[in-house]
Ligand binder design. Structure first.
Ligand SMILES: Nc1ccn([C@@H]2O[C@H](COP(=O)(O)OP(=O)(O)OP(=O)(O)O)[C@@H](O)[C@H]2O)c(=O)n1
Ligand SMILES: Nc1ncnc2c1ncn2[C@@H]1O[C@H](COP(=O)(O)OP(=O)(O)O)[C@@H](O)[C@H]1O
Length: 257
């Protein structure tokens, strides 16, 4: 993995909510998130090789950004807002074998729109190993982890922030079960039932909770400010004052000229 040294001690302190001195980091505070665990593991490894009394965190930049934005003061507010009073945000991914199949991709785009999701953000990217590993960190001890990360880095993915009433639940129902044979048997018309090829190549991803949605949005859209979106933009989406831009496949707010 490619690490960078980050000198912003104040930010790191804010993230962990404690002074970072020597071994204190390991002992005092339980990590607040999966990414933090990764960071602490990396630190343990490095501190063995270092006689510095002060522990400097080295970490993957993406992981760092995610961790900081996740523990930002406004996180609690963002969480409450994303628990579903009006619109809810979720993060969806169309996985690489689908982006290579225009017919399947178009069908999934249609499913997004006909089920009244708003496309708030869209990003097309080929994931790096670091990005896929931090995204799927919770699965790192599972037998399918290596194949999953390899697959996710094998081609372009389309990553979305979607908004809708009850977005998380509705998108996961549309996707169907994680395992494709189960999807084909119990929900043959679901996205995974229709387009999944295997348990790994199961077509799409969807956040499984409001917490996961915020964590995942922070990984793929580090500059997206959830609170600002709820403050300034949600009302335009609720009021239907948005138009789907067909080229970008994103809903844009109608601006008065
Ligand atoms: N040790 C293993 C290996 C496989 N499987 C299950 O069997 C499925 C099919 O395994 P495999 O033939 O290796 O997968 P492929 O059909 O090649 O597809 P993919 O690797 O994309 O999942 C896996 O996805 C997994 O659900 C399992 O439970 N335990
Ligand atoms: N048994 C499995 N075999 C192969 N890949 C799997 C298996 N279970 C999960 N995966 C892969 O890991 C991803 C993440 O798994 P998980 O978080 O459990 O499901 P979901 O994507 O439905 O939230 C799945 O979407 C799938 O690509």
């Amino acid at each position: 993995m490619n690490f960078e040294i980050l000198g912003e001690r104040s930010l790191i302190t804010k993230f962990f909510g404690t002074q970072i001195q020597g071994r204190q980091l390991e002992e005092k505070k339980k990590p607040v998130c999966e990414q933090a665990e990764v960071i602490v593991q990396q630190n343990k490894h490095m501190s063995n090789n270092s006689d510095k009394s002060e522990l400097w965190l080295r970490m993957n930049t993406t992981v760092f950004e995610t961790a900081v934005s996740w523990k930002h003061e406004s996180y609690e507010i963002a969480m409450q807002r994303n628990v579903n009073k009006s619109l809810q945000l979720t993060m969806a991914i169309i996985k690489p074998h689908i982006t290579k199949a225009p017919h399947a991709l178009k069908k999934i785009h249609d499913i997004i729109i006909t089920n009244e999701f708003y496309v708030v953000k869209r990003r097309i990217l080929v994931m790096t190993e670091d990005l896929a590993s931090s995204f799927y960190a919770e699965h790192r001890n599972k037998f399918f982890y290596n194949r999953l990360v390899t697959f996710m880095c094998s081609g372009s993915s389309e990553v979305y922030i979607l908004a809708r009433w009850d977005a998380i639940k509705v998108w996961r129902e549309l996707m169907g079960p994680t395992k494709v044979y189960q999807a084909q048997y119990t929900a043959p018309d679901s996205i995974r039932g229709s387009f999944g090829l295997s348990d790994t190549r199961n077509a799409t991803h969807g956040s499984d909770s409001p917490e996961s949605a915020l964590r995942e949005i922070a990984i793929f859209f580090p500059n997206f400010d959830v609170n600002k979106w709820f403050d300034e933009e949600e009302k335009h989406f609720i009021g239907g004052n948005v138009t789907l831009c067909p080229e970008q496949f994103v809903h844009q707010i109608n601006r008065v000229m």
